[in-house]
Every structure is written in structure tokens, then in C-alpha cells.
Design a protein around this ligand. Structure first.
Ligand code: IPE
Ligand code: IPE
Ligand code: MG
Length: 243
């Protein structure tokens, strides 16, 4: 693959969907799908940052996912508490800085400990940022940002006139650039409450493949598609033939 001819997005978002359907189609239980999804994510994350993407945000567990069975939620939380923690070395070796977005409330102590451990260990890594959204909801992020800014106003640290887009971005869970390219695997064409502020001008891509099968080759296909997109940001690209 010659990456020089491709446009490389600065920030990629992935809604990791279809682990359950992947497992079902193989006669396996949902947990097996989540395990396969996790193993794929690890390798894919390094590939995505290796090709020059600087930020990768993934939707791993939404605030709404607590509606699932105790067994399924427990399995997903164990992946974070155990696998993710033991993979800290893997992220160190690959120079990946791991951060998390979401709320700590309702997360188990061992899950929080694992998240803190990986965050601290990888904080100086330079290849790129891997932002993992756990117990995350887009509406909740905007609500929490509003509370954070209101508190600054109330405590006379800023004036209402100081509120601008930059301050809003900085007051979200992580201060990240806008998402350029959003991928949702498994064919569903919806955002499901993922990074609403950051997606404002993102290009969307909905491959049919389930997440555990969304490998490097599939990502490379996605990059070819992204390269073809004509991003305008409300203006007009007068150099494009179709104009
Ligand atoms: C994505 O796969 C993983 C999480 C939401 C945690 P799903 O578990 O949503 O898989 P499907 O959509 O049921 O196939
Ligand atoms: C979105 O997937 C959340 C994550 C991938 C973590 P869901 O499978 O939960 O979304 P819906 O319910 O199909 O919208
Ligand atoms: Mg799903």
C-alpha cells in the first residue's frame, strides 16, 4: 500500500459495532465477539497511528450500554480491568498515548484502576493519542462541559463573554481536534450519541463488515474512500472539476 497518494485524516473516530453479530454468525456467544473485537482493536490502533493518523477515538462502551445483561456488561468491564491493563506494555512498546473519555461514576474500582494505570504509564508516548470512550455519552459530555463552564462563571474565573468554541473544546472530557473521518462498522448508519461536538464536519463511512473483521486491509480501503471525499467546510473548492 502506498500511503503517499492517500489523504491521511488527523483524527479518526470508530464506532466499534457488530461484535455480537460477528459471534452469532459463528455460533459463538457475545463474549467471544467482544474478545475478538478487543484483539482486533489493539492491532488496528497501532496500524492507524503508524500510517500517520495522530488521534484515534473509539466508542467502546456507551452510557446506554449499561442496559445490557449483567453478564455482558461484566465481560466488557473485565476486558478493561484485566486485558487492557496487561496490555499496557504493548501500548508502551508501540509508543501510544492512551486516554479515556466518559464518566467514572458507575464504573467498578478495578476498571478505574486499570484506566488510571494505563493513562499514567503511557502519558509521555508520542506516536499518537488513542482515546477510548468508556461509559461515554455525547449528551452527557456536553452537559458536563456546560456545568464546568458555568462553575467558572459562578466563581468569577471567567466572564460569560469569554465563552467561545475554543473554551468549549477544552472543557470536554479530552481536549482533542475535530474528528475528520468517522467509521461505523456493521452497516448501521447512526451516531448513537458519539462525540457530537467533535463530529461537526466529519466524513462518514459505514462498511458492512463487523468490527472483529475490520482489519488493516479494511482500514486501508476506508482511507482510499476518504481520499476521494471533497471536504468543503461550508465553502467551495474552486479547484475541484465538479465545480
Ligand atoms: C459493539 O458490538 C461493542 C459494544 C457496543 C460494546 P455490539 O455488542 O453492539 O454488537 P451487535 O451490534 O450486537 O452486533
Ligand atoms: C454504539 O453501539 C456504542 C458502542 C459501539 C460502544 P450500540 O450497538 O450500543 O448502538 P445501537 O444501540 O445499535 O444504536
Ligand atoms: Mg451494536
Amino acid at each position: 500500500m502506498n500511503y503517499e497518494n492517500l489523504k491521511i485524516p488527523n483524527h479518526v473516530g470508530i464506532i466499534l459495532d457488530g461484535n455480537g453479530r460477528w459471534a452469532k454468525s459463528r455460533g459463538l456467544n457475545r463474549s467471544a465477539g467482544h474478545k475478538a473485537g478487543y484483539e482486533n482493536l489493539k492491532e488496528l490502533c497501532v496500524h492507524i497511528l503508524d500510517v500517520g493518523v495522530k488521534y484515534l477515538s473509539v466508542y467502546a462502551f456507551s452510557t446506554e450500554n449499561f442496559k445490557r445483561s449483567e453478564e455482558e456488561v461484566g465481560y466488557l468491564m473485565n476486558l478493561v480491568a484485566k486485558k487492557f491493563k496487561s496490555d499496557a506494555k504493548f501500548f508502551m512498546k508501540n509508543d501510544v498515548k492512551v486516554v479515556f473519555s466518559g464518566v467514572r461514576e458507575n464504573l467498578r474500582k478495578d476498571v478505574l484502576e486499570s484506566m488510571d494505570y494505563v493513562t499514567n504509564l503511557t502519558k509521555d508516548n508520542k506516536k499518537g493519542v488513542f482515546n477510548v470512550c468508556i461509559n461515554y455519552g455525547g449528551h452527557l459530555e456536553l452537559t458536563d462541559m456546560t456545568k464546568k463552564i458555568s462553575k467558572l462563571v459562578k466563581e468569577d474565573k471567567i466572564k460569560i463573554e469569554d465563552i467561545n468554541e475554543e473554551l468549549i473544546s477544552k472543557s470536554l472530557y479530552q481536549d482533542l481536534p475535530p474528528i475528520d473521518f468517522l467509521i461505523r462498522t456493521s452497516g448501521e448508519q447512526r451516531v448513537s450519541n458519539f462525540m457530537l461536538w467533535q463530529l461537526s464536519y466529519a466524513e462518514f463511512y459505514f462498511p458492512k463488515v463487523h468490527f472483529p473483521d475490520f482489519n488493516k486491509e479494511e482500514f486501508n480501503k476506508a482511507l482510499i474512500e476518504y481520499t476521494k471525499r471533497d471536504r468543503r467546510f461550508g465553502g467551495i473548492n474552486y479547484e475541484t472539476k465538479s465545480n
